[in-house]
Design a protein around this ligand. Structure first.
Ligand SMILES: NC(=O)c1ccc[n+]([C@@H]2O[C@H](COP(=O)([O-])OP(=O)(O)OC[C@H]3O[C@@H](n4cnc5c(N)ncnc54)[C@H](O)[C@@H]3O)[C@@H](O)[C@H]2O)c1
Length: 256
């Protein structure tokens, strides 16, 4: 049971149909937030919102692509109509192709950047407009330990995540006076469908997973629920003096 740290808040969660976004939706709702859940996977979006409602929470399902400007505008209007505003944005939609630059296609490079970076920009821009009217809010973007440490065969993904960190810092400076805090959650390797797909792409998935586990000083993968708790800190007033920060929730990856 939650302790009401987001009581009365409206939280928008992109990529909320799976993994870190889904766990955050459940955690934020348990802390009293009303949830607008955005994902391009219709059945995952609707199933997650049904779960929220079954637990007695208010949830709005919004199906569509975070990289499409007119879709984001339509979703933002639906959120304003349903909830009357926005207090928290967690931009968790993301994906990767798992290729080096020589193997990457321009189409897939652009598609990764469009979701991971442009999707963060479009939703963050909508959030700033909505949060200004409320006198403030908390924007959380999702980076990656690999934005700081490098990593094999993931050029477009790493480029997008490095840019997300810079986007958050830039927004933190620009919108501090609006009462809007902007931070980056930096996960390590988290056991979600995205990570399982990444392991499945390489020749020996179980060895890749073992290498990843060993790379974390804590000696295991992280869980989506652990990321949700870190995101909750950034979403809530407990992080009221934190903006432009990268919260490393990476099992020690970047320290080791
Ligand atoms: N899992 C990890 O190890 C890990 C590590 C570092 C960072 N991250 C980041 O955390 C975030 C969440 O990842 P996850 O592991 O929970 O992944 P996931 O695949 O479990 O969930 C991502 C969700 O985003 C949705 N999505 C993807 N592209 C979209 C788009 N264009 N429009 C709307 N929805 C879209 C998917 O349908 C999916 O439901 C991503 O930004 C990812 O890069 C994950």
């Amino acid at each position: 049971m939650g302790t009401g740290r987001l009581r009365g808040k409206v939280a928008v969660i992109t990529g909320g149909g799976s993994g870190i976004g889904q766990a955050s939706a459940l955690t934020f709702a348990a802390e009293g937030a009303r949830i607008a859940l955005v994902d391009r996977d219709r059945s995952a979006t609707e199933a997650t919102v049904q779960r929220l409602r079954a637990d007695g929470h208010d949830g709005l399902a919004l199906v569509g692509d975070v990289g499409d400007e007119s879709t984001v505008h339509a979703h933002a209007r639906a959120i304003a109509a349903h909830f009357g505003g926005m207090d928290v944005l967690l931009a968790a939609a993301g994906w990767s192709t798992g290729r080096s630059v020589v193997d990457e296609t321009l189409a897939d490079w652009s598609a990764v950047l469009t979701t991971n970076l442009t999707g963060s920009f479009l939703w963050a821009r909508s959030a700033v407009h909505a949060m200004r009217e409320r006198g403030g809010g908390s924007v959380i973007l999702i980076g990656s330990q690999l934005a700081f440490a490098g990593g094999q065969s993931n050029a477009a993904y790493l480029a997008s995540k490095g840019a997300v960190v810079s986007l958050a810092r830039s927004m933190a400076v620009d919108h501090a006076a609006d009462g809007i805090r902007v931070n980056v959650l930096v996960p390590g390797a988290i056991d979600t469908p995205l990570l399982r797909r990444a392991f499945a792409r390489v020749q020996e998935p179980s060895k890749a997973m073992a290498r990843s586990v060993a790379r974390h000083p804590l000696g295991r993968l992280g869980t989506a629920e652990e990321m949700a708790k870190a995101a909750l800190f950034l979403a809530s007033d407990e992080s009221s003096f934190t903006t432009g920060a990268c919260l490393m929730a990476d099992g020690g990856w970047l320290a080791g």
